[in-house]
Design a binder for this molecule. Structure first.
Ligand SMILES: Nc1ncnc2c1ncn2[C@@H]1O[C@H](COP(=O)(O)OP(=O)(O)O)[C@@H](O)[C@H]1O
Ligand SMILES: [Mg+2]
Length: 206
């Protein structure tokens, strides 16, 4: 098995399932935590991640299929999505896809799900569509403040990784978000993003 990414929470491997390419995501032991507690936390997060990946499909969002969930090993075997990470696309294409990303995030929030790690490395563009991955930090929440945290993170990623196209990409994102969730809620969340930014720890972007 080839290691694709060593993360803080999990390691991601290229694997196979019934002759098809697959992704194996394994949550690693955290030795600084009590081992019984650590196992419980990793199990819970693994279950939650796989549940939310599947749940959001019913909202019309494309996510990898779950092939196998091994709770005792804290691992998820899922469909390999063949495409390109949005992060690695050219600037014009990233800017354009931000509208679609905004639409997807609006649908998530409308249905009470926060992604928790909205970066351009967590969207894969296939020949057909944008696929959202990495629900490791996702949670069920209707709180506008939580939704604003999702938006603020995405804006920060645009600022740090795609600074040249920040303005247009952010505007496209908001257009898509507003289209899914409605102008009124969108404006409310934009205000909350400004509040987060005004807390000082975060610099204002744009
Ligand atoms: N289902 C998948 N299909 C294709 N590539 C994937 C898939 N899941 C993860 N990857 C690749 O592995 C990387 C890390 O996986 P991810 O679930 O985002 O974990 P992390 O929490 O470490 O960010 C992704 O950015 C992507 O490049
Ligand atoms: Mg990720």
């Amino acid at each position: 098995m080839k290691l694709l990414k060593k993360g803080a929470e999990a390691d991601v491997y290229l694997s196979s399932w019934n002759g098809k390419k697959a992704i194996l995501k394994i949550r690693k032991e955290k030795t600084y935590r009590n081992s019984v507690l650590d196992k419980r936390i990793r199990k819970q997060r693994t279950i939650k991640e796989s549940e939310i990946i599947s749940q959001v499909k019913s909202f019309g969002i494309s996510t990898p299929l779950i092939y196998f969930l091994d709770v005792s090993k804290c691992s998820i075997l899922m469909q390999y999505i063949d495409g390109k990470l949005v992060r690695d696309m050219n600037e014009k294409a990233i800017q354009k896809s931000c509208f679609e990303i905004g639409k997807i995030v609006g649908v998530l929030h409308k249905n009470g799900i926060m992604h928790g790690d909205l970066t351009t490395s967590n969207f894969i563009l296939t020949k057909k569509q944008l696929v959202l991955i990495d629900f490791g930090l996702a949670s069920r929440t209707e709180k506008p403040d939580d939704h604003a945290i999702d938006l603020r993170l995405f804006k920060e990623i645009l600022n740090s990784a795609h600074a040249n196209i920040l303005k247009k990409s952010w505007n496209n994102f908001l257009k898509g978000y507003s289209k899914s969730i409605g102008e009124k809620y969108c404006n409310k969340i934009i205000k909350l993003v400004a509040v987060i930014e005004s807390r000082g720890r975060y610099a204002t972007v744009v």
